[in-house]
Write a protein that binds this ligand. Structure first.
Ligand SMILES: O=P(O)(O)OC[C@H]1O[C@](O)(CO)[C@@H](O)[C@@H]1O
Length: 538
């Protein structure tokens, strides 16, 4: 079998496993029984279990993609840019990092980061991936690349030949692809939801075009698939442990990559970001859920705690306790974690296939784009940090003090409820402003509560569902930054900077409507501001 799960220091209550076994959950899931999550989830589940077939049904893509990659390379098109959010880009990012092949992933509205991707056009092919075909970020990326190609003198048919599209049949993007004469259109299986689509065209097309060998990944998944009907298979065990730990109060799942060079097999890079979306969007609803906490390493701050279970996917066994080692190659990991999340969903009593609260922030964003951001004056400006809106966090805090930023962060940390978490949400450039990610460990070192970090708007398609739909125990640090050079979006009345600000504002409103503690810091100079925040936590 290609997946091995071992648990250290955690008693898994026998009743959870025996109930699932008595209900024949392993076999019923393997044969796509849509009744497993209760009557309310049944109609959705009936059209969302196609991922179980992907190890075999995706086979035909392998050769087709190898031919397309050769064709593109023969024309000098060897730089692949993937435009896609959440489930439409997270798997290719892990696949390509693990395979060591370059793929430019565009999953942001940050003007600087977008502008940096629109380069080297003479050798660029753009994969536009969106299941719904209506995601605003992805649509904006397609527009800017179309106009950039035209601006360097390509005619309409040459522009079309630079695009490869992955979408569901009948989506608006399928129509756009036909109208623009895209070089290739891959219509994906509509019975596979975004976060379960790693082994579908969404995972395979960009990865194979970038140079990853995707065939072996399907072999690895298929080997596991053959065992999924058996009770006690490793993916079932993983689901039992995740679900049982959560109902026992260990509902923070710390995720870390295996240390390079440890254990046997191939190390997987960046798996946590993919698993984060799968677990957070699938389980974070109805006031319940498992909160993934992506760590810098298996020993980073936050790897242990009274409500935490550490999981390491890849090759080694973590030293921390309690912990979970999930050993195996990437193809088996994808399928195994999807299956396990569906099992954990049954234990938690939720529908693992919908994302009911993601639309709230999207609707707020739309309203802001239509009528503008509410006028918010900073409560204080400390160096390059403007302390903007905060709900209830800063009462009594002296922002005029020399260490005002530090005091504001301390006040936010003390607003995190017991068994709660602090989510850092940075609407910045994840490459140029990469140091902002160090805020996670710096904050985690000052609290025994879980601290997560997400780049906006990418996290809105991942932990964003949990923030709004999961237990209302979060406190939130939103960071926005000055935009030096804004970028217009062709044929749209707003810019990337405007969209990014509206997304941040829309999510602030969704969290404020839930009366969650939130501190909004705006960096008037990004580099200086990030430095100031890190210094305040040192
Ligand atoms: O593939 P699409 O339809 O563009 O959606 C991207 C992401 O947005 C969500 O639909 C909602 O956040 C995710 O579930 C999905 O992976």
């Amino acid at each position: 079998m290609t997946l091995e799960v071992s648990v250290r220091g955690l008693d898994v209550p026998e009743d959870v496993r025996s109930r699932l076994t008595a209900d024949d959950v392993a076999a019923r899931l393997a044969r796509k029984d849509a009744t497993l999550w209760g009557p309310d989830a049944e109609s959705e589940a009936a059209i969302r279990l196609g991922w179980l077939d992907l190890p075999s049904s995706s086979r035909s893509l392998v050769e087709q993609l190898a031919e397309l990659r050769d064709e593109l390379r023969s024309e000098g098109l060897d730089r692949v840019v993937l435009c896609g959010m959440g489930g439409s880009s997270l798997a290719p990012e892990v696949i390509c990092r693990t395979a060591g092949v370059p793929l430019v992933v565009l999953d942001t509205t940050d003007p600087g980061q977008v502008a940096a991707a629109v380069t080297e056009l003479e050798r660029t092919v753009v994969v536009v991936s969106s299941k719904s075909g209506g995601t605003v970020e992805t649509d904006s990326h397609r527009r800017i690349f179309e106009s950039a190609f035209a601006a360097v003198g390509l005619d309409a048919s040459q522009v079309g030949a630079r695009f490869v599209v992955v979408t569901d049949p009948g989506s608006p993007l399928a129509d756009t692809a036909a109208a623009m004469g895209a070089r290739a259109v891959f219509l994906a299986d509509p019975t596979v939801g975004g976060r379960y689509s790693a082994l579908s065209a969404f995972g395979l097309v960009p990865s194979a075009l970038a140079g990853a060998d995707v065939g072996p990944m399907l072999d690895e998944a298929e080997e596991l698939a053959e065992h999924l009907a058996q009770a006690g298979n490793p993916a079932f065990e993983l689901g039992v442990v995740l679900g049982a730990a959560a109902v026992q109060g260990r509902d923070k799942l710390a995720l870390a990559d295996a240390e390079p060079g440890t254990g046997t097999g191939t190390a997987i890079e960046g798996f946590g970001d993919w698993a984060e979306q799968l677990v957070a969007e699938s389980t974070g609803k109805e006031g319940r859920g498992i909160l993934p906490v992506v760590l810098e390493s298996a020993t980073a701050a936050g790897s242990t705690g009274p409500d935490t279970l550490l999981a390491v996917a890849g090759t080694d066994t973590p030293a921390a306790s309690p912990s979970l080692a999930v050993r195996g190659p990437l193809g088996a990991q994808f399928l195994g974690w999807e299956y396990a999340t569906a099992v954990a969903g049954r234990v938690l009593g939720i529908n693992p296939f919908d994302q009911p609260n993601v639309t709230e922030s999207k609707e707020n964003t739309r309203a802001i784009l239509d009528s503008g951001l509410p006028d918010e004056q900073p409560a204080a400006t400390i160096g390059a940090v403007e302390v903007r809106g905060s709900s209830g966090v800063l009462d009594g805090v002296d922002l005029s003090a020399l260490d005002g930023v530090s005091l504001a962060l301390d006040a936010l940390l003390s607003a995190v409820p017991e068994q709660g978490y602090l989510a850092v949400m940075a609407y910045l450039d994840r490459f140029a402003d990469a140091r902002a990610a160090d805020l996670r460990s710096a904050l985690a070192a000052r609290t025994d509560r879980a601290v997560t970090f997400g780049w906006g708007p990418r996290f809105l398609h991942s932990t964003g569902q949990y923030h709004k739909g999961g237990p209302q125990t979060g406190a939130f640090l939103q960071i926005t930054g000055a935009v030096a050079d804004d970028l217009s979006i062709p044929d749209r009345p707003y810019t990337f900077g405007g969209l990014q600000a509206a997304q941040a504002g829309g999510d602030r409103k969704a969290l404020a409507d839930r009366k969650r503690p939130l501190l909004h810091l705006h960096l008037t100079d990004r580099t200086a501001g990030i430095g100031q925040l890190l210094a305040a936590l040192a």
